[in-house]
Design a protein around this ligand. Structure first.
Ligand code: SAH
Length: 343
């Protein structure tokens, strides 16, 4: 069975036309799915029951069952653990900012990229999420919160470019004017650096923000904690990023998680500055979140500031990521990990 929320309006139209239905039914159903955010066929009250039944025979409506919702003390962050129809567990995070609600979604169950500071990859990749399952994380949270989701970050569990077709389908649906209509400018996708997919994304000329998890200015160091670095060099990543910028005009974000004593030396900051000099780039520094299965610790506040100062002296745009929801294990696959390893 296919996931009906993963179909574009034109695909849905083709399905209905093939079944001898009128074209306008596709627009009605699309609106129920992507604007009114229904979870049951029976909520589609202006669709004939016979048509609802026919669709239900061939398609499923992706369902997310809320397992746990944790709210941070300040109330600015809520973390959701969801059970998928096949029993797998995923997590999503709602962050409330002054400028609106932002949702961080997962793109896979688990991850096979193996970055060794990350909790999401410890049990490997179990399966890809469908586009509908990615959408439903946002739809569910918008229904739950009652306020519009205005920003989306694809930075939860999984490597979105290891599930590239579904990610693109997801992007086209979430930014569809007949759906939630979230502008590409308010969507960020983060990759550990799968070079051919950075180029493919550039060719699609979406308006979203690309974030690249660099975490190291040299290949040798990067290989010591990110297996993907054995496949693609930093030079190849930079060339793909330049191509991305030429094609889209969009500034790229480089994520850099600071790990105490590993990648936070002044020398690393200087090499990183050289790498990014003159590029339309932005560095996001993130003190690493310690994962209980690993013995990494985070760079202290002074160390983070010193690293930032060196980049700034070299005229690199840099910000330090605001830590939200630490009290609810909001970071990087940690909640799912603790749930699945205790059950
Ligand atoms: N697979 C994608 C997206 C998911 S991870 C990617 O690699 O970009 C989102 C971001 O969180 C990445 O930059 C990732 O490297 C970072 N991250 C993972 N575990 C972390 C941790 N324990 N502390 C800080 N950042 C972490």
């Amino acid at each position: 069975m296919d996931d009906i929320k993963s179909l574009s309006l034109s695909e849905l139209t083709a399905v209905l036309e093939a079944a001898g239905e009128k074209k306008f039914r596709a627009a009605q159903i699309f609106e129920w799915l992507h604007k009114k955010l229904v979870t049951e066929w029976d909520e589609m009250t202006n669709i004939p029951i016979s048509l609802r039944k026919m669709l239900a025979e061939d398609y499923f409506l992706p369902q997310l069952e809320e397992v746990t919702v944790l709210k941070s003390e300040k109330g600015d962050t809520e973390k959701f653990l969801f059970r998928l129809a096949d029993g797998n567990i995923i997590e999503s995070v709602l962050m409330r900012y002054d400028h609106g609600n932002s949702v961080c979604i997962s793109s896979q169950v688990g991850c096979r990229m193996g970055c060794n500071f990350c909790a999401s990859t410890i049990g490997g990749r179990i399966r890809d999420l469908t586009a509908g399952e990615m959408l439903e994380q946002i739809y569910h949270i918008q229904r739950h919160d009652g306020h519009r989701v205005s920003n989306v970050v694809v930075m939860g569990t999984g490597e979105p470019f290891d599930n590239f077709d579904n990610f693109c389908r997801f992007y086209e649906l979430i930014s569809d004017g007949k759906g939630l209509n979230i502008s590409g400018r308010n969507i960020t996708v983060s990759t550990c650096g799968i070079v051919p997919k950075i180029r493919e994304l550039a060719d699609r000329q979406y308006t979203l923000t690309l974030a690249v998890s660099l975490h190291s200015p040299t290949d040798e160091l990067r290989r010591s904690f990110m297996p993907i670095a054995n496949k693609y060099t930093i030079a190849e990543i930079m060339e793909a990023c330049d191509y991305y910028f030429v094609k889209t005009g969009r500034r790229i974000t480089f994520e850099y998680s600071l790990i105490n004593g590993v990648n936070d030396s002044p020398e690393c900051a200087r090499i990183l500055s050289g790498l990014l000099a003159g590029k339309n780039a932005h560095v996001n520094l993130i003190p690493v979140n310690p994962v209980k299965e690993r013995n990494y610790t985070k760079t202290n506040t002074e160390g983070v500031q010193a690293f930032k100062n060196i980049l700034e002296k070299n005229r690199i745009n840099v910000t330090i990521r605001k830590g939200m929801g630490k009290d609810i294990d909001a970071a990087c696959g940690q909640l799912r990990r603790s749930y699945t390893s205790n059950t």
